[in-house]
Ligand binder design. Structure first.
Ligand SMILES: *Cc1c(COP(=O)(O)O)cnc(C)c1O
Length: 352
């Protein structure tokens, strides 16, 4: 065989989604709520009226306007992507040059390092404290010493659920003026420390958001990058012109016409998150040598287990048709319906 894959991709394997059917899925941090029927009907009606023989709006203006109204930002500061994943690809491939330094925190969302690697950025990890907080002074020093061009982290963090308070985020942005600070706020609806309102104040801030979590639309693939006009122009210039299809644009634009439904869905998820946290915390208090967890600001809990136990319990739950996310010595459990939360906590206790 003559053709050889390049070194970079030779050992990569396709993302393997959990296959098979399970009665309870709490592994992907999606919303357990579907959008209401009347919203869905409106959405499908508008999609039915689309001219699908035509290309979509390259700037997704209706979506930007809806997003801007709901979140209180100017629509012209928003770039829409085919999920935040596409925007992360653009950031590492186009906004960064080959060999430039990308600082990412650990533990955090693994895709940052993955896309940085593919774009041939030099990826530099920064370890969080044992309680998963970020030492902003140490992070800023690393960025300065390395002359890093970009730093990225999720806030609140996936998978830890721990957030960095807004004042600390702003302090970081101000202490590294030559470095682009990308704050992935995929879960910020479940907390209250957003820096979205600051994008115009800074040259070096970009906020990422998504339809996939509190907005309950992981299936449509729609994400957002919000930044000052210079950065937004760059993002819009480097993306492929028709990156977001018209059905997704219409679905997302419709969603933002129902702000009260969006708010109440978020409240319901927060309620479920608090209930799940309380039940797992009660288990941790009962069996202090078997599991532990920290308070969470997202829609999941991140549970630490003794060595080897996380995998065993993950498998045991899977046998019972319940899927959570296994990550080393941890299980990350997305909050679900009241029934799902009770079931997952019951199985967790049973298998401890
Ligand atoms: C889920 C998630 C996203 C959303 O990605 P999409 O491609 O928009 O679905 C982004 N960042 C983090 C940290 C996430 O957990």
């Amino acid at each position: 065989m003559a053709y050889q894959l390049n070194e970079k991709v030779r050992d990569m394997v396709p993302y393997e989604p959990i296959s098979g059917s399970y009665r309870i899925r709490l592994d992907a941090n999606e919303s357990f709520l579907e959008i209401p029927e009347h919203v869905k009907a409106d959405m499908l009606g508008r999609i039915g009226a689309l001219h699908l023989n035509r290309y979509p709006d390259p700037l997704a203006r209706e979506v930007c306007e809806g997003f801007g109204r709901y979140y209180g930002v100017k629509p012209e500061l928003v770039t829409v992507g085919n999920g935040s994943d596409e925007l992360l690809t653009l950031l590492t491939q186009a906004i960064m040059m080959k060999g430039e330094k990308l600082v990412y925190t650990t533990p955090d969302f693994s895709m940052y390092q993955c896309y940085g690697y593919l774009a041939e950025n030099e990826c530099i990890p920064f370890a969080k404290n044992d309680d998963f907080t970020i030492d902003v002074d140490a992070l800023a020093s690393l960025i300065q010493a390395e002359q890093a061009r970009m730093v990225i982290f999720s806030n609140p963090c996936n998978p830890t659920g721990v957030g960095l308070p807004r004042v600390e985020v702003l302090r970081l942005i101000e202490s590294v003026p030559d470095c682009l600070v990308v704050v992935d706020e995929a879960y910020m609806e479940f907390w209250n420390q957003s820096v979205l309102d600051c994008v115009e104040q800074y040259d070096n801030l970009m906020v990422l958001k998504t339809c996939s979590k509190s907005l309950r639309m992981a299936g449509i693939r729609c994400g957002f990058a919000i930044a000052n006009p210079t950065l937004t122009n760059a993002m819009r210039a480097v993306k492929s012109p028709y990156n977001v299809n018209s059905m997704t644009q219409t679905a997302a634009a419709t969603l933002f016409d129902y702000p009260h439904e969006l708010d109440s869905a978020t409240e319901a998820v927060i309620e479920s998150r608090d209930a799940l946290y309380a039940s797992v915390k009660a288990l941790a208090d009962k069996y202090p040598d078997k599991l532990s967890l920290l308070p969470t600001s997202a829609n999941f809990v991140y549970v630490k287990l003794p060595s080897g136990e996380a995998k065993r319990i993950f498998e045991a739950m899977k046998q019972e048709g319940v899927i959570v996310r296994h990550m080393g010595d941890y299980l990350r459990i997305t909050c679900g319906t009241a029934h799902e939360n009770i079931e997952v906590v019951r199985l967790l206790e049973e298998n401890l």
